[in-house]
Design a protein around this ligand. Structure first.
Ligand SMILES: O=C(O)CCC(=O)C(=O)O
Length: 384
């Protein structure tokens, strides 16, 4: 009885935190700025841990024009250069699958021309690239895929047959999404097309970015809800990204727990448990279609949605939960600056620990019908 009362009181405190946290963060919409902030203005956003969408953020960046063309990317990187592409059966990388696994994508080495061919096949199937655009692409002598199409019978059939071969060779959904500073690595020849760092952020934070990441994919790829210990500046060159954002204090609504780690095989995309077994804390809620029967506390969450278009840069503060969808052929870059681990971080970790402990206690006493198999129970990972 006393236990139950204590649990109820703790839940009430946490839900009050959720409501207050959202009100402080602004529940209506993300702040929009007409142009890049000064370092001082940016510093204030960081101190308040508030997201903002910066319009007109990319003036004079060569990437804005150049990266619209597959031919430019292929000529600059080399159409036969092999790049690392994440592959999944359904477009969900790093996500909870079958309510049991935390599934990581397969890392497929692919020639750039094959990746581009697969992307085009996806875009056409999704109605995102029309025949006129395609005809232009295949008549372009610079086009990276031209060599793969029989020029003598340059018609739709040849292109379709080539795509069918590619789709057979490379099943699934493909996304360049290595978050390892790949713009200084595999994609280094493109680095000169964007600034090496974001001036206002470097000056405000007093440091260079920890990693600069290049992203390329289609609307089939979705990034599941998670958070990172980085101040994130995210710029879109082509396509669009739709971020669903929740402040860090929403943790008690998100039902985080540990899942068994598994990885898709690069050849068949079958899911294989990692050996030795590992467990990864992750969030099962999909904010775009939340299952409120299983996750009733999510009803208190007030997600913010922001669409990031070419020329925009999103400031996504450290520890904010984010879920990301994209539209069409999307090419983007983000700059990750290490966050400052201060008192706010320690307090958020405490909120996380209490939320997880409560959930486990409810599971053990049969009050929670969501499957739970939490062995380590400490939730001691910084990110998920
Ligand atoms: O663009 C995406 O798909 C995910 C971005 C993301 O999760 C990040 O920048 O931390």
């Amino acid at each position: 009885m006393a236990d139950q009362r204590l649990r109820r009181q703790l839940h009430a405190c946490l839900q009050e935190l959720v409501v207050n946290g959202q009100e402080l963060a602004g529940t209506e919409s993300v702040l929009v700025l007409d142009g890049p902030p000064t370092p001082l203005e940016f510093y204030r956003l960081v101190a308040a841990n508030r997201p903002a969408l910066v319009k007109n953020a990319t003036h004079g960046w060569p990437a804005m024009q150049r990266w619209r063309s597959d031919a430019y990317l292929a000529n600059t990187l080399g159409a036969d250069t092999v790049v690392t592409v994440a592959a999944t059966p359904h477009g969900y990388a790093d996500a909870v699958v079958e309510d049991r696994w935390f599934a990581e994508p397969a890392e497929r080495p692919m020639r750039l021309r094959d990746f581009m061919g697969v992307m085009r096949a996806e875009l056409v199937a999704d109605g995102r690239l029309d025949q006129v655009q395609l005809d232009t692409l295949h008549r372009d002598p610079q086009d990276p895929t031209a060599a793969d199409v029989d020029r003598a019978v340059e018609d739709e059939m040849a292109v379709q047959a080539w795509w069918a071969r590619l789709r057979q060779q490379y099943p699934g959904v493909h996304y360049v999404q290595s978050q390892n500073g790949n713009l200084a690595g595999e994609f280094a020849p493109l680095a000169a097309d964007v600034p090496a760092s974001v001036d206002f952020a470097t000056e405000a934070l007093g440091k260079e970015p920890d990693a600069v990441n290049f992203w390329m994919g289609t609307g089939r790829s979705v990034t599941s809800l998670h958070k990172d210990p980085y101040e994130n500046l995210y710029a879109v060159m082509t396509g669009a990204k739709v971020f669903t954002l929740l402040p860090p204090t929403t943790q008690p609504c998100l039902y985080e727990r540990d899942y068994e780690h598994a990885c898709y095989r690069a050849d068949t995309l079958a899911l294989e448990p990692t050996t030795p077994p590992q467990r990864v804390p992750w969030i099962p809620v999909d904010p775009t279609r939340p299952d409120l029967e299983r996750f009733p506390r999510y009803a208190n969450a007030r997600p913010l949605t922001v669409r990031v278009e070419p020329g925009d840069m999103l400031y996504l503060p450290a520890m904010w939960f984010h879920h990301v969808q994209q539209e069409g052929r999307t090419v983007a870059v983000n700059w990750w600056y290490d966050m400052d681990y201060g008192a706010a971080y320690a307090y958020l970790m405490m909120v996380r620990g209490v939320s997880r402990a409560l959930r486990r206690a409810e599971h053990e006493s049969g009050l929670c019908d969501d499957s739970e198999d939490d062995q380590d129970g400490d939730g001691g990972h910084a990110t998920n």
